[in-house]
Ligand binder design. Structure first.
Ligand SMILES: Nc1ncnc2c1ncn2[C@@H]1O[C@H](COP(=O)(O)OP(=O)(O)OP(=O)(O)O)[C@@H](O)[C@H]1O
Ligand SMILES: [Mg+2]
Length: 333
């Protein structure tokens, strides 16, 4: 069941009389319990989209159906109960500097004038769940980036929302802390059946936790679908924009120009990722196959392999044709 459906959403910012069309006809849906990653280059409109979903920016037109209700129709007053069901963690934590961890986490409940004992119970439970029990009396300036991020997450889930919106949850964190935060986000999503929409630059975030991906290019949704389809659909140029390691390898490959050699990119997905499909296909053919680049990664829903092969020999085209039928995706590059 869809928890959020976005239909033909447009957003324009006005600055000094100039109109900037930022989000262009965006449509997608998120199912309950899913984690959606919003990716794209800097300035593509990711934060704007996230803020529009929470009506912090009012769209020019289009619909945002949240739990069967078009929330773009609501006013300042009628939106309040909806906001309680949508937790938000902004790009730079946004903690209250003059409040300790306990009061930062408790803040949304204090606003609701909930009983003190009940607040204490809930804050302590969440602090325990996300490993902050020892730090409840500390102030934000005394916390590491990873701890501040955890406080932000705790504050966003204390009201038991149905959806949380995260903006770059792991930027400025080292790989070790990133892993801890991502495990925490996954754990929360599973235990609480929470739906999560997260903006990220980090492809590791997408690989580890996202079921689906929305890829924004200059305000247009250029891809929406399953995570493995996203990685398969990227052009080699786009892969190199997202992943540095790939860039160096690919540039090297491009330099080895040769008429009789063919270069292909092959993607494996799911059960046959570990099979020796390539060697089986090449076995009785008069060809040479070199693996120039290869990587198998664990996505949230299964293994995903990508390879770049250099092929030469009379039967190259035959080999490519046969291999194409056995793999998830193949392109001649
Ligand atoms: N409040 C605003 N008023 C006017 N223009 C804005 C406003 N907020 C963002 N913009 C512009 O809208 C475009 C998209 O910005 P946005 O913050 O959504 O990008 P982003 O994809 O989140 O980028 P980053 O990855 O750098 O965080 C940018 O060109 C930005 O300058
Ligand atoms: Mg942003």
């Amino acid at each position: 069941m869809n928890i959020v459906s976005v239909e033909n959403l447009n957003l324009t910012y006005e600055e000094k009389g100039n109109k900037n069309h930022i989000l262009k006809d965006i449509s997608f849906e998120v199912e309950k319990g899913e984690i959606l990653g919003i990716v794209g280059l800097s300035g593509a409109g990711k934060t704007s989209l996230l803020r529009t979903l929470n009506l912090l920016h009012k769209p020019d037109n289009g619909k945002i159906i949240f739990e069967q209700e078009d929330i773009t129709k609501l006013n300042e007053k009628t939106v309040i109960p909806i906001r309680k069901k949508i937790g938000v963690v902004f790009q730079h934590f946004n903690l209250f500097r003059n409040k300790n961890v306990y009061n930062n986490i408790a803040f949304p409940l204090l606003l609701e004038k909930i009983d003190k004992e009940e607040i204490k119970k809930r804050v302590e439970k969440i602090a325990d769940e996300i490993g902050l029990t020892e730090r409840l009396n500390a102030y934000p300036s005394q916390l590491s980036g990873g701890e501040q991020q955890r406080v932000g997450i705790a504050r966003s889930i204390i009201t038991n929302p149905d959806l949380i919106l995260l903006d770059e949850p792991t930027s400025a964190l080292d790989p070790m802390i990133t892993k801890i935060i991502l495990d925490l986000v996954l754990d929360i999503s599973i235990k609480r059946g929470l739906t999560i929409i997260t903006v990220t630059h980090d492809m590791d975030v997408v690989k580890r936790i996202c079921d689906k991906v929305a890829y924004l290019k200059k305000g247009t949704l250029s891809f929406f679908g399953e995570t493995h389809e996203f990685f398969a659909s990227l052009t080699t140029k786009e892969v190199s924009e997202f992943e540095n390691e790939f860039l160096t390898d690919f540039e090297k490959i491009k330099k080895r120009e040769s008429d009789e050699k063919k270069f292909i990119r092959v993607v494996f997905w799911g059960a046959n990722t570990h099979e020796s499909v390539i060697w089986d296909t090449a076995k009785d053919m008069d060809i040479n196959v070199n693996i120039l680049y290869g990587k198998i990664e664990e996505l949230k829903k299964g293994p995903f392999g990508s390879l770049i092969l250099e092929i030469s020999g009379k039967q190259s085209m035959n080999f490519i044709k046969n291999l194409k039928e056995k793999v998830y995706y193949l392109e001649v590059i």
